[in-house]
Ligand binder design. Structure first.
Ligand code: HEC
Length: 143
């Protein structure tokens, strides 16, 4: 056997992970395509959705945590924003329980469009080393 051990290990993984194994390290193009999405999350979500939160809250403290939410039947379904719970909750009107961010702080139409477009285009997260997400600005208002 002269299989290179890295691709062999990758072959055990599925879906997005397979793609990310194939394209290590991160290219600048991947990072810049993802930047607007990262900004939306850092401005509106990351304050609460860190890695030490309620088990019911999907963790999005870095790009690898985000990547774990992506896939068929998961929080983010590539190509299908309307079927992605992660997207649905940002489009709920404030008075609907489960709207994100919680009560009184809907994200802008522009930011909704950025998330929609990203998921429609396959919800690509840069491969390679994880990118840390840092909360930006004020904590979005909670109930
Ligand atoms: C002020 C804090 C806060 C902010 C900001 C926030 N969330 Fe949440 N989020 C929560 C809490 C608390 C829960 C758990 C709710 C529960 O379990 O009932 C939650 C749950 C969720 C869930 C699971 C909901 C479900 O239906 O099961 C998703 C998806 C989610 N948030 C996405 C987001 C996204 C995307 C953003 C940014 C646009 C965001 N959240 C911003 C506090 C927040």
């Amino acid at each position: 056997m002269n299989l290179n051990p890295l691709p062999a290990a990758c072959a055990l993984l599925v879906g997005a992970y397979l793609a990310s194994c194939a394209s290590v390290p991160t290219s600048p193009a991947e990072v810049s395509a993802f930047a607007p999405v990262q900004t939306v999350l850092e401005t509106n979500c990351v304050h609460c959705h860190g890695d030490n939160r309620l088990s019911t809250m999907p963790s999005i403290h870095d790009s690898h945590a985000l990547a774990k939410l992506i896939g068929s039947g998961k929080w983010i379904v590539p190509g299908k924003p309307e079927q992605s719970r992660f997207f649905q909750v940002v489009t709920f009107p404030d008075q609907v329980p489960g709207a994100m961010p919680p009560t009184g702080h809907a994200i802008s139409k522009k930011n909704v469009a950025i998330l929609r477009q990203w998921i429609t285009a396959g919800a690509k997260v840069p491969s390679g080393p994880s990118i840390q997400f840092t909360p930006r600005g004020e904590m979005p208002r909670s109930m």
